[in-house]
Design a protein. Structure first.
Lengths: 293, 271, 268
């Protein structure tokens, strides 16, 4: 019993050290975790995969570096999927540090797609991704709810120029794209309240198909919108990103990171079980001694 | 007037926006677009308030010599460097004296802060002269160095490699790591606080353990665990979250109505 | 990957380890990282607000006007009004004129509140309740492929969702005491809510671990880059910087251990 009491009073820094050791060992080891794809993610992949060449997808990169661990891999997977299918993308960034995330993703993915790749047995020739033709990055404006409503009237209402200062009227791909009516899918990748605004102010008012990429913390809260059909699919956390990478045959950081998730989860489950065993053992001892529980 | 006019504005514009939702007439749409546009411009100034606040707090901390004031220099220099990067860009191949200019300006900022913190006239004179000297040197470098230029009206600064480097190598790692500390806090909390004290806590823990095990292919019955977890997310979890969403929706509508009708006045502040 | 970029990566790893050192105790490296990121983030936001906000939404609209006319001769002169309202926000810092900042705030709050009412009601209440009011699939009540209680589209699941949602909503009704049949339904409601919170917690654990995994990936990538001879910009400086940094970190850890052991027993 004393052992349990000592364990319960263990300095938390030993817990941190154990978790670090397990994570570092798992990452340094060479093993893979099979990824089971959930229907919520498959719907998004199939939707984008079925889009013909020249379709338009709006990708809202609404997260900060705080959430980049889970959401950046989703951005990379989705945008690379769109561009290799020659689907045009419009990027917006309604979070404070989002433009930097979007700028980095665009640079990396344009560089990646300049080389030949094979995805799901299909050869894709490397090509140059051109700003204004294959994508348009609108940038950031404050008050995201107002911006989402404004884009429903016309993209150039909140965004008279793109992120790089080019007037939207001069951007070749935006000539025929006025508002959400010309967009085939909106994907919101977000780590905060901006998702609520996309659902309430965007999808609810303008009726476009909306897919979500969310952090793990938020995922459970948005299942009602999936159930009501307001949202067509949800990618939840690193697992969601890994599932999309699995479907797209484009292994990236998400699949790479899942092999650390497994042992880390096992360690935390062991911590929970140990904590509860100690708690019940202590409670039983106090009951026997006739003390308060 | 000081309080009545704002309440009247809230009432008029609040009612108009509700009215506009149901009346998609051309003139109503035009007014609606007008207002959306205006709000974005006002919002830009509102957000700048926070940055001014940060500047003021850091300067005050240095002036009063509070504990940790030396780190406020870092805050101010970091702020200055990003602003400088964002408004400048190379015009040729190399950077010329750009980094010298950055160092001179950073040193000038430190000098000005030391001037503000100085307590006697001798110290003030010294730091004043140092700051002016550094400022003059920085201005001369900016005027005579052709390798780079200021771009205030066009966004070349956004593509400045130093601006991007500071975002990629300073902001991203630090912000990401700050939040990664939470991984350890949750491990510690799992060990110390998550107890199945009663039926409700047990239910919570069982649901959590099921969801946490859903992607583990190595446990016995992994396929059924995954299916059970999927059912848990799409049935009881959906029901619970739907109830919360409905409650939140009703709360938002009630609060918004109270704000429009002037019952809720907290946003006005005191006075 | 040039040498300068490798130095940048090294600085990234330095601030990563500096921030993680907070787990051991508060220390100057953590404070450096913390204060640096606050300043750099603020500076970044200034630039984004300027280039993406003020320039296209205000300055370019008034560009064809003249400053000596107060831009009243610009084709979009009406944008002076939100500009003035925006500047009025700064009066918050004045004791005598802070009441002026209420006007633009009132405009924003009024517009936001007005927008919220119909849209939030529609999204969060109407559509959610409508989604519950579906015809029960009695034919496939226990599952579409025979007896399958884990089928989320079966009639049983629809009934459970309806009962769960209504009981949880009843739990939140605190105007009536939770006794009798009402209390029983409310109790069912709190059980359903606990399952929802448990599911959230399960996802939260994954989310938090993911954040640390990303830092591990960046640190390992930095280590691999230091010895990646296939890099066309590779030079001897890469491993030198790597080993210097490792020596610095190991040296600091040894210093902390020695300090800890030398500390008198009463002070530890």
């Amino acid at each position: 019993m004393e052992t349990f009491e000592k364990l319960m009073k263990l300095d938390r820094r030993w817990v941190y050290l154990l978790l670090i050791i397990v994570c570092v060992w798992a990452y340094a080891s060479d093993f893979t975790v099979p990824i089971l794809v959930e229907p919520e993610v498959a719907v998004i992949y199939n939707r984008i995969d079925s889009l013909p060449e020249g379709s338009v997808v709006l990708v809202a990169i609404d997260y900060d570096p705080n959430n980049l661990a889970e959401l950046h891999p989703m951005t990379y997977a989705i945008v690379e999927h769109c561009w290799r299918k020659k689907v045009k993308t419009i990027f917006t960034s309604l979070s404070q540090n989002g433009p930097g995330m979007a700028d980095q993703a665009i640079r990396d993915i344009t560089d990646s797609l300049s080389r030949d790749h094979e995805y799901n047995g299909i050869e894709f020739k490397g090509r140059e991704i051109v700003n204004g033709v294959d994508y348009c990055f609108l940038g950031y404006k404050p008050y995201y709810a107002i911006v989402i409503l404004g884009m429903g009237q016309a993209f150039k209402l909140p965004f008279p120029t793109d992120y790089y200062g080019t007037p939207l009227d001069s951007v070749p791909m935006m000539k025929d794209i006025i508002n959400y009516g010309q967009v085939d899918l909106v994907v919101d990748i977000s780590g905060g309240n901006i998702t609520d605004a996309w659902i309430a102010y965007g999808q609810s008012r303008f009726g476009f198909p909306l897919a979500l990429g969310l952090t793990g913390v938020m995922t459970a809260q948005y299942y009602p919108f999936l159930g009501s059909g307001q949202v067509i699919g949800i990618m939840g956390g690193l697992l969601g990103a890994a599932q999309y990478e699995e479907l797209a045959d484009n292994p990236g950081r998400a699949k790479d990171g899942m092999r650390v998730q497994l042992p880390a989860h096992i360690v935390i489950i062991i911590f929970i079980i140990m904590g509860n065993v100690g708690y019940f053992a202590n409670r039983r001892r106090l009951k026997k001694e006739g003390g308060a529980v | 007037m000081r309080r009545q006019l704002p309440f009247a504005l809230v009432f008029i514009f609040g009612l108009f926006m509700i009215f506009q939702f149901f009346v998609p007439h051309e003139k109503s749409e035009a007014a609606y677009e007008f207002l959306l546009d205006w709000i974005i411009v006002i919002g830009i100034f509102a957000l700048a308030l926070g940055i001014w606040s940060l500047f003021k707090v850091s300067v005050e901390k240095i002036k009063l010599g509070k504990e940790g004031a030396q780190y406020s220099y870092l805050t101010l220099v970091g702020l200055y460097l990003m602003v400088a990067f964002g408004f400048t860009q190379q015009t040729g191949e190399g950077w010329g004296l750009y980094f010298l200019w950055l160092v001179l300006c950073s040193a000038c900022i430190v000098g000005l802060m030391r001037l503000r913190a100085a307590t006697n006239s001798g110290e003030k004179r010294m730091w004043g002269m140092v700051s002016i000297g550094l400022l003059i040197a920085a201005v001369l470098v900016a005027i005579f160095d052709d390798a780079w230029a200021f771009f205030l009206y066009t966004p070349e600064g956004l593509e400045n490699s130093m601006f991007r480097a500071f975002f990629d190598y300073v902001m991203m790692p630090i912000l990401a790591t700050m939040f990664s500390l939470l991984a350890f806090y949750i491990a510690s909390a799992a060990y110390r606080a998550f107890r199945a004290r009663n039926v409700l806590a047990s239910l919570l823990l069982l649901a959590a353990l099921l969801v946490m095990s859903r992607f583990n292919p190595f446990i016995p019955g992994a396929e059924y665990v995954a299916k059970a977890s999927n059912w848990l997310m799409n049935v009881p979890n959906l029901a619970a979250q739907r109830a919360i969403v409905v409650g939140i929706g009703l709360g938002i509508v009630a609060t918004a109505l109270k704000v429009i009708l002037g019952i809720e006045r907290g946003y006005m502040g005191k006075g | 990957m040039t040498f300068l970029h490798f130095l940048g990566l090294t600085f990234g790893v330095f601030v990563t380890l500096g921030t993680l050192s907070f787990l051991y105790k508060d220390n100057p490296f953590y404070k450096i990282a913390e204060h640096l990121v606050v300043g750099v983030s603020a500076g970044y936001f200034v630039i984004i607000l300027w280039h993406n906000g003020l320039v296209p939404k205000l300055f370019q609209k008034l560009a064809d006007g003249d400053w000596y006319y107060g831009f009243m001769n610009a084709s979009h002169w009406e944008y002076i009004i939100p500009a003035i309202l925006g500047v009025m926000m700064f009066t918050r810092f004045s004791k005598d004129y802070s009441w002026l900042s209420r006007w633009p705030m009132a405009l924003y709050i009024g517009i936001s509140a007005g927008l919220a009412i119909p849209l939030e009601m529609s999204t969060k209440v109407n559509k959610q309740l409508h989604a519950m009011m579906v015809e029960i699939d009695w034919v496939n009540f226990t599952g579409h492929d025979g007896f399958n209680l884990l089928d989320i589209t079966s009639g049983l699941s629809q009934v459970l969702i309806m009962i769960g949602t209504m009981s949880a909503i009843i739990y939140f009704f605190f105007s009536k005491e939770h006794t009798g049949a009402f209390g029983g339904i409310a109790k069912l409601g709190i059980w359903v809510l606990m399952i929802g919170f448990g599911a959230s917690f399960g996802f939260t654990v994954m989310a938090r671990i993911s954040l640390f995994i990303n830092r591990l990936q960046d640190t390992f990538a930095w280590g691999n880059t230091a010895f990646d001879a296939t890099n066309q910009n590779y030079n001897a400086g890469f491993p030198i910087v790597f080993w210097c940094f490792v020596a610095f970190v190991v040296g600091y850890i040894i210093y902390e251990i020695v300090s800890h052991l030398r500390r008198p027993a009463s002070a530890s």
